[in-house]
Design a protein around this ligand. Sequence first.
Ligand code: 3SK
Length: 511
Amino acid sequence: LLQYPERLNAAAELIDRPVAAFGPDRPALRTPDGDVWTYGELQRRADQIARVLTEDLGLVPGNRVLLRSPNNPWAVAAWLGVLKAGGIVVGSMAALRARELAPIVAKTRPSVALVDHRYLDEVFTVRDTVAPDLAVVAHGGDADEDLSHRAERKSGPFRAVDTAADDVALFGPTSGTTGVPKITVHFHRDLLSIDNTFGQSTLRLRPDDLVACTAPFAFTFGLGMLVVFTLRAGACAFLTEAATPVQLARLVADHGVTVLATAPTAYQQIVKSGEVQRLSGLRSAVSAGEHIPLGLWETLRDELGIKVIDGIGATELLHIFISATGEDIRPGATGRPVPGYRATVLGPDGEEAAPGVAGRLGVIGPVGCRYLDDERQANYVVNGWNVTGDTFVRDEDGYFWYQARSDDMIVSSGYNIAGPEVEAAVVTHPDVAETAVVAAPDPERGSVVCAFVVLRDGVVGDPAKAREIQDHVKQLIAPYKYPRDVRFIDALPRNPSGKLQHFKLRRIVRE
Ligand code: 3SK
């Protein structure tokens, strides 16, 4: 395990140390509008916010602060300011509605909320229902008590609170597969350990990198990419509030982004739009959040000349723990454990399965699952292994091959069919924009493969189109895997971080 000093404040490591090492004038954050915050400015803002929290709002170490904002410079400063003040960040997606936010607030009990002014309504609703004492401070508006005005009235460096390495720094909510939020608990040292593992061994940012990532900070994929790895490397984060995949590709080209991290669906849509060459200035690209189909990975390699870094992570473990990079890539495999982690495949009895046998992925590393007061902890940690809910096969050389989310395995007439494999085949049909595959109950076969399909604009979803898609799939993969049930749908259900919500589709097929 990685060694850290007993006393450690992650925010001091992420902003004070880079300022000391690289100087205050280096750009830290950029936006599509041309805003540039240097490291010095980011430090000044974070210090001002720490003062607002402690001097105006009475925050003491260990208090919790809800952050709710799209990815922008103030959100980074707020995140650092809370940690410097010894507070605990409660991450939350700006897109959450009041009914989704309420259980997170009820469980984490923040005393302060720093909220982008466009996302206040839900916070007021939640305050009225479950958190009457919550102090809400807006940012980005005109009010005198707006965070930026309050910050302007503060001056002088703020010395980061001398937290223990094992003090809690972050509560990261995750909706999991059921929609009932779980709150993951992370220490100051955890935030550095993701950089000391994936960041430095696999990603390897350079100080002259401009890094873009579509994931919000509340999804730890985005937090790692845009805050932890970028600041620690002295690089610059390119912060986009919202962009479609095609807009993203244009921003990458126009602003000279060198490292892009996003989900496979975004890469897929950029390829399908015919604008993939706009990514040709990238020196590195990361795909995570879902497994990247081999065909897409190969297209990106052939079109851009880069081997996309595929990775699998989990909010419970904070970031990516299996990945591949450089020459250590076996196309189609997710990769090997990131240095610092161990991984295995577990059989039904919780014992390690032999190479070649599919089973549940188990991971051990510097960050382990700690849910806040949640009995689901017992399902996640089995015999010391963190069981992520993914089915993998490990080969003789130690590469891990993704099969499916454990609950995406479809057993039909005794065949094991991995839903993602069928999805990867369906989406290659030229009329298909997106698809998601689940098991639909069937009296004869136990289950059948059901594909929910979003067609491209103007294409009609009728029985003839369904048959065409079925025939297409049978040409690509073993015919027993084809979707016997094809349903056309306007849009796939996704959570605010863009992850497909298969559980919602499963509900539909069970109705
Ligand atoms: O693979 C994921 O879903 C993930 C989750 C948290 C952090 C990072 C990643 C890639």
